[in-house]
Structures are given as C-alpha cells and as structure tokens.
Design a binder for this molecule. Structure first.
Ligand code: ADP
Ligand code: MG
Length: 661
C-alpha cells in the first residue's frame, strides 16, 4: 500500500513537471562549492568617428594578464590591474574566442552550464565582442558554429546520445524580462525548480539544427531590439540582451538518461554612470534599474570570487536568471570591454574595478610612457624586419630580444633590466635628458646622424617625451590662469551686484543675475572634464551657497538705507508689483519648460539632480502649466517647491521671515 502511494505521488509529480526532482534530490543536496568567474579585459583600439580618436591612450597592456592605467588623482602613480586574461588593442575576434570562450563549450555536453558576459561602457566594444560584424564575427556566431558542429558529431547515429539544440533570446529592461522571439508577451517570471534549475515558463525556445536556423530567428529579433532603440532613447544600451543556447542530450539506450547544458551569451547594458553622463528624463529613471542589475552582478561576481557564503543572486533579475549558470558548477567568463580614449577614463576605471583580481599602485608617472603603444609600436615592428627572429637572437642575446629594438645595443651594455625601452628612458634624470637632447641637436646641426644612443627612434621618443612634459606644464599654467580668471569674474560679479542694488532693487534680479553667462562657460571651457565632474559631484550647490549669502547681504544693505530692519523685512513682500511677480513667474515657467538641465541649474535651489528630475518629468508629462507643478515632480516635495518659489520669484532665500504663508 505504501509503495503504491509513493508511486502515485511520483506519477503526480511527473505529470506536474517535477518528476525529475525526486530522482535527483540526492544530487541537489550536495551542491558543488561556488566557482570563480573568470575575468578577461579587452581594450579596443582607437576608433574613427569616436570623439578623442587622436588622444594619447590613458590605459595600456603590460602582458597577457595585466594592464596599467594612469592615476589622474596622482600623476606620480600608475595603477596596475591583474586579470585572468588581457586582450590588447590588436587582439582579434579569434584571439578572444579561442582564448576565453571556446574552451568552455565542451562542458555543455557534459551537462554543465556556462555563461559569457560582455561588460563595459557604451562604445567600448561589447557588441563588437559578442556579435561582431560579417567581416569580423564575434563570440556569438563563433560559439554557435562550433556548438552546432560539436553536437552534430556527438549526436551522430550510432553514438550513445541524441543531441538537440534550442535557442531563446530575451532582454532584461528595467528589471523586466522580455521575450525577443515573441515581443507581444509581457514581463516573464523567473522560476527555480527543486533541483536549483532556473527556468522561465513561457519563454520561446526555437530548435536549431544549423547556423541558418539561428540567423533566421536571431536577426529579426535583434531588429526588434533596435527598433526599440530609436523609439525609446537608446534602449539597447540600457538593456541586457541575453541569448540562451540549450543543448539537450538523451541517451539512446537504457537507462535513457537526460542531460541539459545551458549557455548564456550576454551583451550587458552599458556600465557608464548615467547620472554622470548627463542622461536625463526617462533614461535617468532607467539608470536606477540598470544599475541595480549591474550593481548586483558585481556583488555576485565578488562573492563568488572571494568564496563568500552568501551570493546575492536573488537581488536582481539578471543574476537570478544566471543563478545556475554563473559560479557554482558553471563555467563563466566576464569580458570587460574598455576604450583607450580619455573621455572614457572614469568608466574604464569603473569597469576595471568591477572585477579585477588585484590592483596595485605603482610609483611611476604614466604620462611619460603613454606614447608607447600608439606611436612606437609600428616603429618597433619595422625595425625587427631586417633581422629574422633567430638572427636577431644571435646578434643581440636574449635580453635585447626581449627589449626588441637594435637601438638598445649601445644602452644595454650596463642595463640588464628586462623592461620596455620607454621604461628605461623614463628613469633617465631629466637634466641628463635635456643634455642628451641638446647634444643631439648639436650633432644634427653638424650633419651627423646623432649619437648611437640617440639614433631613432629613441631620439624621437625623447623629443616626444619632452613635448609631453611641456604640454603638461602648459596645462598646469592654464589651470592656474583659469583660477585667476574665475576669481576675477566672481569679484566683478559681486561688484556689479552691489552697484545694481544701489539703483533698482527689483525682485527678479537674482534670476536674471544667475543666468548671466560670463563665469560659467569659462569654467567649463577650461577645467578638465574629470575635475569638473568631480567638483560637481562633490558640491552641486556651491554656487547656490555663494548667492544665498549675497542675497542676504543685499537685502540687509538695501534695507539699511530706508527703514528699521525688522519692519522693513515685514514690508518686503507688499513692495513687489503684481506685474513684476507675474513676469517673474512667467520667466521661471519658461525656463522650467524650455531650459536644459544646465539652464535649470541657474535657478536657486535647483542642483544637478533636481534639474535632471525636472527635465525627466517634462519628457514624460509635457510642459508645466504653472510653477507650482514642480511639486508633482517625483523627488521634489511641496516644501521644496515653496522654498524654490520664495528663493526665485521673491528673490529671497528660503527660511526667512517674509515669504508668503
Ligand atoms: P558597445 O556595444 O560596448 O556600445 P560597440 O561594440 O558598438 O560598443 O563598439 C563601438 C564602436 O567601436 C563600433 O563602431 C565598433 O565597431 C568599434 N569597435 C569596438 N571594438 C572594436 C575592436 N576591437 N576593433 C575595432 N573596432 C572596434
Ligand atoms: Mg552595444
């Protein structure tokens, strides 16, 4: 009776889709210890058409596992990062695929899961790495080709297992799971079965037997995504595109076992900080959701790689989906894509910190050496050509082979370090460098080819380094000058203000004054972007503070002139003409409806964050019909709106006695 009962239970479980759970419960109890996520970094080359294509790079590779980046906080330091693999700007699609992806594919046929994730800021090469182009196919087409080939071989007639491959393609956008093969279906639910397998009931699965099948499903679905992009503000860079390839195996003979291996190929949302890049409106809203997923992904990778007991998979959709395919018994690789241009600097640092195995501060300025990969690499190549590798070895010995340029001949007699030529150069005392250069000039003017030590390209390098040094000094000089100018403008402003106050104290002055553009563009034109951004982040209200003080001062001064202080303050409001008030309101309303985030920041009480919230609200709800609508903006309270009105329309800093109440 007992046995029959149990059988019935099993049957019931089987029909409800949980049949396999009973069989494999034992296995589920002994989960393997969480595995590391391997991390590779790919530095793309400079790309035409991307701003800053003629920069000197601010990051470069050291060897097949490490790279260094300049530390803009401290010019005397360079930061060195170590990863499982580093792919430099000249690495090919095949290098990345063969080095980091291909080796994990065979595990799928052992019934294990795997994931490949491309991480990095928009424009750094995620899609190039994952998808590539017809001329340079990326990880996705290569992996599919190989996987299909592998399953054809392993599943051929006469082999013990029959194999089949299916694909699904989904997008995680604002923490919603959307089926790209069936765009009409809404947000899908992620479930976990009792064996710890993650599944999405209702997600389309298309069987694929050849690459043509894959393309047939994948290409239109990708277009779905791109259509969304133009309609919805570059949605594609804000969503995670998840391609799931499943390999199913069924044993042809008893005991007819089944195995399933899942491969996730993921083009992650851009990792740039949307608040910092000045995205507004809808995108500002999105960034929260995207940052949650990426943020949790970072924590999950961290927890896995440090062997922490709790891995917070459940804290985001993305990591929940990957729970059985990231860490654990799965084989996972995260490819952090970075770009060499300076404007990517902060995002590059973020991407490197995201999953670096180790980071090290090196006391060596980066700037002196940043010319190497860009300017000098071709020179090195062409110099190697006349000597074959073996001849070169005979001629120079192993050390110089490592150093890799004949010009080392003269210098290396006393120099046994295995370092790049530039590293040695950077150790030269600047005074010595100066003397060598002038000696070189002298010899040059006498028609000589230069000293052996200074023969090209070493000499060129020195000249270049010198130029860089001079440029750096020039920048420093400009910065000082700019500071002076700013101080001057501020002083001038203060003086102007005083003067105006003495003749016509209208209520609108603070607004009109604050929109006067003299000081601001100057600041923005000269300060280096990084510093500017940091300053803004640190104290978004600096200017407002200054003006508050002025406002108060102005009031006291003008009052001194007429009546006793307290009484005057009480009478302040009635002195404003209704036309002026209405005019002020209209002006502010116009600004609220037409101003950019930057314009809005010229208003009292509106910092960068609020300015973006306002622009965002406007994008979603249309224009403000009255200034009081500000209260409807999420993140701006009624109280804040009132204080905004006081500060801007009445020209009084909030918290003072004579506001309307
Ligand atoms: P993301 O997907 O991260 O936003 P993309 O893959 O679209 O970035 O790359 C941005 C641009 O840079 C594209 O024009 C792309 O073709 C180019 N690019 C990216 N990586 C490389 C590379 N390794 N070699 C050459 N071009 C690249
Ligand atoms: Mg992309």
């Amino acid at each position: 009776g007992l046995r029959a009962q149990r059988r019935r239970r099993e049957m019931a479980a089987a029909t409800s889709g949980n049949g396999r759970c009973l069989l494999s419960k034992v296995r589920a109890g002994r989960r393997p210890p969480p595995a590391r996520v391997r991390v590779a970094v790919r530095l793309r080359p400079f790309v035409d058409g991307i701003a800053g294509a003629n920069d000197t790079p601010c990051v470069r590779g050291l060897d097949s596992c490490s790279l260094e980046i300049s530390n803009w906080r401290n010019h005397q330091e360079t930061l060195k990062y170590q990863f499982d693999a580093f792919y430099g700007e000249r690495s090919s699609q095949q290098d990345i695929y063969a080095g980091s992806v291909q080796p994990i594919l065979r595990h799928l046929l052992e019934g294990q899961n795997a994931s490949v994730l491309a991480y990095g800021p928009t424009g750094a090469g995620k899609t190039h790495t994952m998808l590539g182009s017809p001329e340079q196919p990326g990880v996705i087409p290569r992996a599919l080709m190989d996987l299909l080939q592998l399953t054809r071989e392993e599943g051929a007639e006469g082999r013990p297992w029959a194999l089949s491959v299916t694909m699904s393609y989904l997008e995680i956008y604002q923490e919603k799971v959307l089926d790209l093969l069936d765009p009409a279906s809404g947000d899908l639910v992620i479930r976990e079965d009792c064996r710890g397998n993650i599944l999405i009931p209702g997600l389309t699965q298309k069987p694929i037997t050849g690459f043509a099948d894959f393309e047939r499903h994948f290409l239109p679905a990708s277009r779905n995504r791109t259509v969304g992009a133009t309609r919805l503000n570059q949605r594609s860079s804000r969503s995670h595109a998840v391609l799931l390839v499943k390999v199913d195996q069924r044993e042809r003979l008893a005991p007819f076992r089944q195995r399933e291996g899942k491969l996730y190929l993921i083009d992650l949302a851009g990792s740039e900080d949307n608040r910092r890049t000045g995205n507004k409106g809808l995108r500002l809203k999105e960034s929260g959701a995207i940052n949650t997923s990426l943020f949790v992904l970072g924590k999950v990778v961290d927890a896995l790689n440090q062997g922490l007991p709790r891995v917070p998979y459940r804290d985001s959709k993305l990591t929940r989906l990957l729970q059985d395919s990231l860490g654990g018994s799965a084989h996972s690789i995260l490819i952090a894509n970075i770009a060499p241009e300076r404007r990517f600097y902060l995002d590059t640092v973020t991407a490197l910190n995201f999953a670096a195995r180790s980071k090290e501060v090196i006391n060596r300025p980066f700037t002196n050496e940043s010319l190497q990969p860009h300017v000098l690499a071709p020179v090195r190549l062409s110099q190697k050509e006349p000597l074959g590798p073996t001849e070169a070895k005979r001629a120079r010995g192993p050390e110089e082979e490592e150093i890799g340029s004949p010009e080392s001949l003269a210098a290396s007699a006393s120099d046994t370090q295995k370092l790049s030529p530039l590293q040695k150069l950077s150790n030269i005392d600047p005074a010595m460098l100066e003397r060598l250069l002038s000696l070189d000039r002298l010899l040059g003017s006498q028609g000589s080819q230069g000293t052996p030590l200074l023969s090209t390209p070493r000499r060129e390098r020195m000249v270049l380094m010198k130029t860089v040094e001079e440029k750096d000094l020039e920048i420093e000089r400009l910065k000082v000058k700019q500071k002076e100018l700013e101080a001057k403008v501020l002083a001038q402003e203060a003086a102007d203000l005083k003067e105006k106050e003495n003749c016509s104290p209208t209520m609108l002055r603070p607004l009109a004054h604050r929109t006067a553009p003299v000081a601001k563009p100057l600041k923005k034109a000269v300060v280096m972007p990084l510093q500017l951004l940091q300053e803004q982040a640190a104290s978004p209200n600096t200017e407002i503070h200054i003006l508050k003080k002025k406002g108060r001062k102005r009031k006291l001064e003008s009052l001194d002139a007429s009546e006793p202080e307290e009484k005057a303050e009480d009478c302040w409001e009635p002195q404003i003409s209704p036309e002026l008030l209405a005019h002020g309101r209209q002006k502010i309303l116009d600004l609220l409806n037409k101003g950019s985030a930057r314009d809005l920041r010229s208003l009292q009480r509106i910092g960068q964050k609020k300015a973006q919230l306002i622009v965002g609200w406007r994008e979603l709800h249309g224009p403000f019909s009255q200034v009081e609508d500000l209260e409807r903006v999420e993140g701006i309270s009624g109280k804040q709106m009132e204080s905004f009105l006081k500060a801007n329309i009445l020209g009084l800093a909030a918290g003072q006695r004579c506001g309307p109440s």
